[in-house]
Design a protein around this ligand. Structure first.
Ligand code: ARG
Length: 656
């Protein structure tokens, strides 16, 4: 049962007496931050009173409290401070509710009464390049949302909208035509294709950098001149000028280090005989690769044949990563799938008067937005936006979508703003569209996370490293056990896998997704604190209690004794367990898995308090009924942790 909802449903009609729009304030009824203010607290008397003349918030709070009837499951309401309404659940009611959970496979979470068809558009790498750390967030956040929505009873379609039609294919095709290592290709085509991609990229970068060097040098000279003049004329007491001076110096420093690293890269390539001769042979490589893409898009038979040959290989390669991460999609309809529909999309937009020609390109000017959205470029090519429009049409008309979540980097937020505005005007007014945006993974230097040599971090090697580190920790912990090690080699490896992968996922999910976060191995795999490992340990600890007490969990659940929440720590734990439902509901609405990680962390902490409470002996409890009741709380805690982690795509182990 969703307690929060049950409370809000009772309050809403009462609030209607003082406001036309109770739903706008009802969210101010929340779980209390502190048990001394009750289990839930409502703060809406303050904003409501502010809008009414001559009404004191506290008086209003008293009136609201008098009107709402919660006597069937709450203690009499208390009004505190300037107008807080404190709500405390009745003890016997909470005991009864908790008791019901024991036999409930869904742990109190009911199936939604208004199921939607939800498309979760996530992961979506541009294929043909190996997956890297930048693909982690969309994959993990998308998967967690997918799992939660599905559990709540929505019809969810996970769609991997891969980039399988972009410029990277021109690069590979060019590489294939000029630099192929036949033997390597026979052995592992994906590895060879990835090498070709990197090679062409590297050569293009080389020429681009070579062209940039003089420009950069020029810029530095100009800035240095400016600096010189400023230094000669500066008035020491002029704060503004001082600031300008400082800024100039830092700009110059930045440009210089950029130049140095560029020059180093150039020299590095030139010193490699093979690369250097290739660079000399193809000074126009970037354009040539673009030409190959253009030919592919124009339907050139040879390039299309190559693309058809490469694509399955690319898909196999990303599948390996998804298998390891235990991430599944219902559909993988990449950008190429929509290509045949794009001309019609543009024609339709034109016909409806939404798209117009502007400087040779076809643009949509959505109401209320400054920038236009280009749907066809001057050269006739369709864009990323055109593909997304076609995709939406398809999802609505063929998949009957009610809601689409786009789990995509925050750097694309402008694209989605334009897209959503266009779609509304195009006529899809009932469709709910949500950009589930997220920040960047940073290194300790607060810059995007890279390897020491400055390369992007491959996703597979990241997973390998995490499991390796987890293995070291698991082994060390096991060997330090008081009665000697308990785990055999296979178990250690399995645990290391769950801990390593779980650690990476959890560290990503626990942050407010909008923010950037710093990738930190030590914090991520720590036994204590807000980590997957801590939760996994809590789970294993409960399993340990059952092992030690020789208790069969299934049998325990059928025992006919009543659950009792006498001690403070028992009640707090039980209340938290009962909040699982409202937590998942909030995750689903805002697409924020961190609400679930916060919840689980709090649950694990409350369990720890309960378990360490001298008044809450579990196995040693003297009274049989009390012992059973506490064991049931342990059982529920373990079930919720296990289930909650599974919704985050994280596994648990009975022993660690
Ligand atoms: N492939 C795109 C990228 O790597 C992400 C696609 C996201 N989904 C979408 N429907 N636009 O930037």
């Amino acid at each position: 049962m969703n307690i929060l909802d049950a409370l809000r449903i009772r309050f809403e009609p009462v609030l209607a007496e003082w406001t036309d729009d109770p739903s706008s304030v009802i969210e101010m009824l929340k779980a209390s931050q502190d048990a001394k203010f009750g289990d839930y607290q409502a703060n809406f008397a303050m904003p409501l009173a502010a809008k009414l003349e001559g009404v004191k918030p506290r008086d209003l709070a008293v009136q609201i409290a008098d009107k709402v009837d919660l006597s069937d499951f709450c203690e009499p309401l208390e009004v505190a401070g300037p107008g807080f309404i404190n709500i405390k659940l009745k003890q016997d009611w909470l005991e009864g509710l908790t008791q019901q959970l024991v036999a409930d496979e869904r742990l109190g979470v009911s199936v939604t009464e208004s199921p939607q068809k939800v498309i979760v558009d996530f992961s979506a790498p541009n294929v043909a390049k190996p997956m890297h750390v930048g693909h982690l967030r969309s994959s993990v956040i998308g998967d967690a949302n997918y799992r939660v929505l599905k559990f709540l009873g929505h019809a969810v379609v996970g769609d991997n909208h891969i980039g399988d039609w972009g410029t990277q294919f021109g690069m590979i095709i060019f590489g294939y035509k000029h630099f192929l290592d036949e033997e390597a290709f026979q052995q592992s085509s994906v590895t060879e294709l990835a090498r070709l991609y990197r090679l062409v990229n590297q050569l293009s970068d080389y020429h681009a950098n070579k062209n940039t060097v003089p420009t950069l040098q020029n810029e530095i000279e100009q800035l240095e001149d400016k600096l010189k003049t400023l230094e000669e004329t500066i008035d020491q007491s002029d704060k503004k000028a001082q600031k300008q001076l400082k800024k100039l110096k830092s700009d110059i420093g930045e440009r210089k280090s950029e130049l140095t690293s560029m020059q180093e890269k150039l020299v590095e390539l030139e010193q490699n005989e093979d690369l250097n001769s290739k660079a000399i042979a193809f000074p126009e490589i970037a354009r040539l690769a673009r030409d190959e893409t253009a030919k592919l898009h124009a339907g050139d038979a040879e390039n299309l044949e190559l693309w058809k040959q490469f694509l399955p290989e690319c898909l196999d390669a990303i599948q390996v990563v998804y298998d390891r991460l235990d991430i599944h999609f219902d559909l993988t309809l990449g950008e190429s799938y929509y290509q045949p529909m794009l001309a019609d999309v543009v024609a339709d937009l034109k016909q409806k008067g939404l798209a117009q020609e502007s400087q040779g390109a076809i643009c949509v000017f959505a109401e209320g937005l400054k920038a236009p959205s280009i749907v066809q470029k001057q050269d006739g090519a369709f864009t990323y936006a055109t593909t997304d429009l076609a995709t939406i049409k398809y999802r609505v008309e063929e998949l009957n979508a009610d809601r689409i979540l786009y789990v995509v980097d925050s750097r694309q937020s402008e694209h989605f703003q334009l897209l959503f505005a266009t779609v509304k005007q195009w006529g899809f007014t009932d469709l709910e569209l949500q950009h589930v945006s997220f920040g960047t993974i940073l290194g300790k230097n607060k810059r995007p996370y890279k390897t020491r040599s400055g390369d992007t971090v491959g996703l597979e090697s990241l997973l390998d490293e995490s499991i390796q580190r987890a293995y070291t920790i698991v082994t060390k912990n096991d060997e330090a056990k008081r009665d000697g090690p308990e785990l055999n080699e296979t178990e250690r490896q399995q645990i290391a896998e769950s801990v390593g992968l779980g650690g990476i996922k959890y560290a990503d999910l626990k942050h407010n997704r909008d923010s950037d976060y710093v990738f930190d191995w030590d914090k991520m795999l720590a036994n204590r604190g807000d980590t997957a490992t801590y939760m996994q340990y809590a789970y294993a600890r409960v399993c340990g209690i059952f092992r030690k007490g020789n208790i069969d969990r299934e049998a325990l659940r059928t025992e006919q004794s009543l659950l009792q929440l006498t001690e403070e720590s028992e009640r707090a734990l039980a209340l938290q367990i009962n909040r699982y439902s409202e937590t998942l509901e909030s995750v689903a609405i805002e697409a924020r898995p961190n609400y679930l990680t916060n919840y689980l962390f709090e649950l694990a902490n409350l369990f720890s308090t309960f378990y360490n409470d001298e008044n809450c002996q579990v196995l040693k409890a003297e009274d049989k009924e009390v012992k059973t009741s506490r064991l049931l709380l342990c059982d529920l805690t373990a079930s919720v942790i296990e289930h909650g982690l599974s919704l985050l795509g994280i596994r648990t182990c009975e022993r660690m």
